[in-house]
Design a protein around this ligand. Structure first.
Ligand code: NMX
Ligand code: MLT
Length: 471
C-alpha cells in the first residue's frame, strides 16, 4: 500500500508540475481581450438583450396559462408539468434533443471538428450552448487554450480523493473531488465581499470555466488511481478537450479521441428537467455557487434510473454473455429480458421520462459503431437487443417508451477501446454534463432568476381538493 501511495504521489506531482507551467495570469489576459475570439466578450454583449427579452415576456405574458396541473402530475414525479426556464436545449418527445435549436446531426455537421468530417469538439458545443451561436474553429481553438490554462487542480483535491478507500464508487470520489474544488469558488468569495446582484454572473462564469476545465483532470486522476495503480498521465496542452481527456485516461487511439469528443458533446445537456440538471438549477437558485450546485447534480446523476444506467447496461450485457455466450439466439435473448423483468428489475438503457422514440443520442452512437467497430460482438448484441427489447416492454403494457436511450449504447463503445470498467462510466457522463449545467447556471445568474420553491401538498389536501372539485 505504501509503495502504491509512493507511485501515486510521484506521478501526481509530475502531472501537476506540467500543468502549473501555465500561469493563471494569462487567463486574465485572455479574458480582458475584447475580441470575437473571446467567449466572455460575447456574453457581455448578449446579456442585456436577453435580460430585456425576459422582462418583456414577464410584462406581456405573466398570466398566460401553460396547461393544467393534474393530480397524476403531482403524485407522478411532475411528468408533463412545464415548470422550468432552461435556455440551452429543448427536448422534443418524438425527435429528441436540440441544442440551441440544433439537432445532433446538425451539430455534427456545423460545429468545428478536430479533423475534416470528424465529430464535433465539445468546446464548440459549450460555446453554442452559452451564446446560441455556432463558433468558428479559431474561436473554439482559443477556448480550448483557455480551458488548458484554467485546468490546474489544487493539491488538496487529490488529498481529499486519496482519503477515500479505492473501493469507493468512482462517482463518490468524483463528487468528493468537486466539493474539494469548491474551496476556490470565486462566486462564494465575491458574495462574501458584497457583490451586487447585477454582477452575479461574472464570478459564476469564472467558476464554471474553471470547473469545466478541471473536471477531466480530476476524473482521470480517479480512473488512474482506481484502475491503473495510481499512475497518472499528464495533460497535453496541444490537444483539444476530448482528446486530452482521452489521453489523461490512458487512451491515445485517434478513434477513441473521436469517441470522447462525441461522447462529451451528446451527454452535455438534455433540457432542464432531468434529475442532474434540475438539481443543479434548484441548488443554484439559493445562490449556491457552481461547484456546490454541480456537486449536488452529480449525486443525482449517480442514481441507477439516471446516469448510473450506463454502468448498469454494460454489466447487464456482460451478464447476458456470461449466461448465454456471445452467439446468443433471439429466443435466448427474449428469455433473458423476461427473466430480468420477472425478477422485479428494469431493463437498463430502455425507457425515458420524456422521450417517446429512439433517443437520437443512441442513433448517433450506433452510427459511430457501424463506422468504426461493426464487427464488435458486444455491439452486435446491442443491435440484437434493439430488435428484441421494445416489443417485450410494449407487451408489458405499462412502459410509456419502449425504445433505447443514450445509456443503451455508450458502454460497448468505451469497452471496445479498452475502457472496460463499467463502474467508472457515470464519471464520464458527469464531466460532459458540467458543460450543459454550467452554461445554464451562468444564464440563471445573468437573468436574475429567483429562488426555486414550488408548492407541495399532502394526500389529505389532494383528497379534500378532489372532493370539492367533484361537487
Ligand atoms: N424496464 C422495465 N420497466 C420499465 C422500464 C424499463 N426499461 N421503463 C419503464 N418501466 C416501468 C416503470 O418502472 C414503471 O413501472 P411501475 O408503474 O411498476 O413503477 C412503468 O414502466 C411506467 O414507467 P414510465 O412512465 O414508462 O417511465 P418513467 O418516466 O417513470 O421512468 C425511466 C423513466 C428512465 C426511469 C425508466 O424508463 C427506467 O427505469 N429505465 C431504465 C433505467 C434507465 O435506462 N435509465 C436511464 C435514463 C436516461 N438517463 O441517462 O438518465
Ligand atoms: C438525461 O440525459 O438527462 C436523461 O436522458 C434523462 C432525462 O432527460 O430525463
Amino acid at each position: 500500500m505504501s509503495f502504491f501511495r509512493g507511485i501515486t504521489a510521484f506521478s501526481r506531482l509530475r502531472s501537476r508540475l506540467i500543468q502549473s507551467s501555465n500561469s493563471l495570469g494569462s487567463v486574465r489576459g485572455l479574458q480582458l481581450q475584447s475580441s470575437d475570439q473571446d467567449l466572455r466578450s460575447q456574453l457581455v454583449e448578449l446579456i442585456p438583450e436577453q435580460q430585456e427579452r425576459l422582462k418583456k415576456l414577464k410584462a406581456d405574458h405573466a398570466k398566460t396559462q401553460l396547461g393544467n396541473i393534474t393530480v397524476d402530475m403531482v403524485i407522478g414525479g411532475m411528468r408533463g408539468m412545464t415548470g422550468l426556464l432552461w435556455e440551452t436545449s429543448l427536448l422534443d418527445p418524438e425527435e429528441g434533443i436540440r441544442f440551441r435549436g440544433l439537432s445532433i446531426p446538425e451539430c455534427q455537421q456545423l460545429l468545428p471538428a478536430a479533423r475534416p468530417g470528424g465529430e464535433p469538439l465539445p468546446e464548440g458545443l459549450f460555446w453554442l450552448l452559452l451564446t446560441g451561436k455556432v463558433p468558428s474553429k479559431e474561436q473554439v481553438d482559443a477556448l480550448s487554450k483557455e480551458l488548458h490554462i484554467r485546468s490546474t487542480v489544487p493539491d488538496h483535491v487529490y488529498k481529499a480523493i486519496d482519503a477515500l478507500p479505492l473501493s469507493a464508487h468512482p462517482m463518490t470520489q468524483f463528487t468528493t473531488g468537486v466539493m474539494a474544488l469548491q474551496v476556490q469558488s470565486q462566486f462564494q468569495k465575491a458574495y462574501e465581499n458584497g457583490i451586487s446582484k447585477a454582477k452575479f454572473w461574472e464570478p459564476t462564469y469564472e467558476d464554471s470555466l474553471n470547473l469545466i476545465a478541471q473536471l477531466p483532470v480530476v476524473a482521470s486522476y480517479i480512473y488512474r488511481r482506481v484502475y491503473k495503480n495510481g499512475l497518472a498521465i499528464s495533460a497535453d496542452n496541444s490537444l483539444d478537450y476530448g482528446a486530452n481527456f482521452s489521453r489523461m485516461l490512458g487512451f491515445d487511439d485517434p478513434k477513441m479521441q473521436e469517441l470522447m469528443r462525441l461522447y462529451v458533446t451528446i451527454h452535455s445537456d438534455h433540457e432542464g428537467g432531468n434529475v442532474s440538471a434540475h438539481t443543479a438549477h434548484l441548488v443554484a437558485s439559493a445562490l449556491s455557487d457552481p461547484y456546490l450546485s454541480f456537486g449536488a447534480a452529480l449525486n443525482g446523476l449517480a442514481g441507477p434510473l439516471h446516469g448510473l444506467a450506463n454502468q448498469e447496461v454494460l454489466l447487464w450485457i456482460k451478464s447476458v454473455v456470461e449466461e448465454c455466450g456471445e452467439n446468443i439466439t433471439t429466443e435466448q435473448l427474449k428469455e433473458y429480458v423476461w427473466k430480468t423483468l420477472k425478477s422485479g428489475k428494469v431493463v437498463p438503457g430502455y425507457g425515458h421520462g420524456v422521450l417517446r422514440k429512439t433517443d437520437p443520442r443512441y442513433t448517433c452512437q450506433r452510427e459511430f459503431a457501424l463506422k468504426h467497430l461493426p464487427d464488435d460482438p458486444l455491439f452486435q448484441l446491442v443491435s440484437k437487443l434493439y430488435e428484441v427489447v421494445p416489443s417485450i416492454l410494449t407487451e408489458l403494457g405499462k412502459v410509456k417508451n419502449p425504445w433505447p436511450n443514450v445509456d443503451a449504447h455508450s458502454g460497448v463503445l468505451l469497452n471496445h477501446f479498452g475502457l472496460t470498467e463499467a463502474r467508472y462510466f457515470t464519471v464520464l457522463f458527469g464531466v460532459s454534463r458540467s458543460i450543459g449545467i454550467c452554461s445554464q447556471l451562468i444564464w440563471d445568474r445573468a437573468l436574475g432568476l429567483p429562488l426555486e420553491r414550488p408548492k407541495s401538498v399532502t394526500m389529505a389536501w389532494l383528497e379534500n381538493h378532489c372532493k370539492k372539485s367533484a361537487v
